[in-house]
Design a protein around this ligand. Structure first.
Ligand SMILES: [Zn+2]
Length: 280
C-alpha cells in the first residue's frame, strides 16, 4: 500500500490547474493586463537594444548637451585660465515674460550665466528654472520672499533662506551653493544664518532703474573689469534686450563668460559660508 496520502499527487495537479485557472480568470477579467505587460516588455527590450538609460537629475547636470560651459571641466578651465573673465548674473526670476527669451539669447550667443532665483518665483515657474539648469547655467538662491534680511530676526533669516533652498532643490535636484541677499543687504546675522557664501557684485548698471538697453550696456562697460560679477535682473524686458549687445561688446573687449562658482574656482578661491564676495 502506498504511504502517500490519497490525493497527494492530485494536490500538485490541482495547484497547477488552479494557478492556470487563476491566470485564465485574470485574463478574462483584465484582458488589458496582458497588453500592458506586452507593451512594457517591448519598451524595455527596445531601450535595451538602443542602449538607452534614463538619466537621473544628478547625471544630467554633469552632462548638459547643449551649452558650452556645461561641459565645464579641467579642459574648460584650462581654456579660460589667463583670460579676462566676467560672471553675468540675473536676479529675481524666473519670469515667463522675459527669462525664456534670455535663455534663448544665451544659447544663441554661446554664453553662460548665474541665476539668483527667488524661491517664490521658482515655485511659480519651475519649468523655466529647470530649463536654465539643464542648459548649464548656475542656479543660486536669492532667498524666498525678497525681504531685507537686515531688518528681520535671525530665525526669520534662517527660515526664509531654508525655504528658498528647499524649493530650488525640489525643482533642480541640487542644493544652491550660493546666496545673494536682496538689495545686497547683510549683517553678521545674515552671514551666520545663511548656510552658503553670500555673493554680491562689482558691476551694477542699475538695469532695474534705468530701463534703457543702451544706457545699461554703457554703464556696464564703464565699470567692467577682469573677475567682475555683473548684476542684472531677468524680469525686465529692457535688461534682456541689452544682453545680446552686452555679450558682443564684452567679447570684443576680450572677456569670456563663466558662472560665479566657476569663476571662483578658476581663480583658485574656495568660497566659504559666513563670507561675502563681490568679485574674483
Ligand atoms: Zn532682487
Amino acid at each position: 500500500m502506498s504511504a502517500l496520502p490519497q490525493g497527494s499527487q492530485c494536490m500538485s495537479t490541482r495547484a497547477k490547474s488552479s494557478s492556470k485557472n487563476f491566470l485564465t480568470r485574470i485574463n478574462i477579467r483584465f484582458p488589458w493586463l496582458k497588453l500592458v505587460a506586452t507593451v512594457v516588455v517591448g519598451v524595455l527590450i527596445i531601450l535595451n537594444l538602443l542602449d538607452v538609460t534614463v538619466p537621473k537629475l544628478d547625471d544630467l547636470s554633469d552632462n548638459f548637451p547643449t551649452t558650452p560651459m556645461s561641459k565645464h571641466s579641467k579642459a574648460t578651465e584650462r581654456i579660460l585660465e589667463g583670460k579676462k573673465l566676467v560672471a553675468l548674473t540675473f536676479d529675481d526670476g524666473p519670469f515667463p515674460d522675459t527669462t525664456p527669451r534670455l535663455l534663448d539669447i544665451l544659447t544663441e550667443k554661446d554664453a553662460i550665466a548665474t541665476f539668483f532665483s527667488l524661491g517664490l518665483m521658482a515655485r511659480s515657474h519651475p519649468d523655466i528654472l529647470k530649463r536654465a539648469f539643464y542648459e548649464g547655467h548656475e542656479i543660486a538662491s536669492h532667498t524666498m520672499y525678497h525681504q531685507n534680511l537686515n531688518s528681520i530676526t535671525p530665525g526669520a533669516v534662517e527660515s526664509d533662506v531654508n525655504e528658498a533652498t528647499a524649493v530650488i532643490k525640489s525643482i533642480i535636484g541640487r542644493t544652491p551653493a550660493l546666496t545673494r541677499p536682496p538689495y545686497g543687504a547683510y549683517n553678521q546675522n545674515v552671514l551666520d544664518y545663511t548656510k552658503t557664501p553670500l555673493i554680491l557684485w562689482s558691476v551694477d548698471p542699475q538695469d532695474w532703474l534705468i530701463r534703457d538697453p543702451t544706457s545699461i550696456i554703457n554703464i556696464a562697460m564703464s565699470q567692467v573689469h577682469d573677475g567682475a560679477i555683473i548684476l542684472m535682473h531677468d524680469i525686465y524686458p529692457t535688461s534682456v534686450e541689452a544682453v545680446p549687445t552686452l555679450i558682443d561688446t564684452l567679447r570684443e573687449n576680450g572677456y569670456e563668460f563663466t558662472t560665479v562658482s566657476e569663476l571662483a574656482k578658476i581663480r583658485g578661491l574656495k568660497l566659504a559660508p559666513k563670507n561675502a564676495y563681490r568679485n574674483f
